[in-house]
Design a protein around this ligand. Structure first.
Ligand SMILES: [Fe+2]
Ligand SMILES: [Fe+2]
Length: 188
């Protein structure tokens, strides 16, 4: 289930790749050549590590919610299950906000100043973060420590819809962001 989805062709929710007008501005080396630039990759390792962490956490939480929504498993939802789920949700939100804050406050402004060629691409990433923030706000509004048995299934199903959407759009954002910023980071 998708909610509040922006159907603009550049939106994170609808684009299938970077648009040609932004691809033509990408700095070298392009992704196909990254293997030959080990020092550039080493300088960018923190980005690859964070992107992998966020992908794994969002996918794991999606799977946990799917297994809880199975009729049999939901029967066994108890306070400890909810606390564990709540902690995993908080970790995902904290790590995502932390990573976005560093990009928003430090890297995006600096890279735009230093490499005006990729400004349009960074603006696109900026917009991705704004779209993701709306989704993160909706996910943050769930309080898993106060699930009532009467609407537990409905609450978990709604949370699953939001978290699975996050897991589905993360790879698009990470891939496009890496194409734009990894070569620039190698030149700093
Ligand atoms: Fe990132
Ligand atoms: Fe980002």
């Amino acid at each position: 289930m998708k909610t509040n989805v922006n159907c603009d062709s550049l939106s994170l929710y609808s684009r299938e790749a970077l648009p040609p007008e932004i691809v033509s501005t990408l700095l070298s080396p392009r992704r196909e050549q990254w293997g030959r630039h080990q020092s550039m990759l080493a300088r960018s390792q923190i980005f690859f590590d964070y992107h992998r962490l966020l992908s794994e956490e969002s996918q794991r939480l999606t799977q946990e919610l799917i297994s809880l929504l199975d009729y049999g498993n939901l029967f066994f939802v108890n306070e400890q299950t909810c606390l564990n789920l709540d902690q995993n949700l908080k970790n995902l939100l904290h790590h995502t906000h932390h990573h976005h804050n560093i990009e928003d406050q430090l890297y995006f402004p600096r890279l735009k100043r230093q490499f005006p060629q990729i400004k349009r691409g960074i603006d696109l990433l900026d917009n991705d973060h704004k779209e993701l923030l709306l989704l993160l706000d909706r996910i943050e509004s769930f309080d898993l420590t106060r699930l009532k048995p009467s609407n537990r299934y409905e609450q978990l199903a709604r949370l699953h819809a939001e978290v699975s959407q996050l897991a589905a759009v993360f790879p698009r954002h990470f891939h496009d962001e890496e194409d734009l910023i990894i070569p620039a980071l190698g030149k700093l």
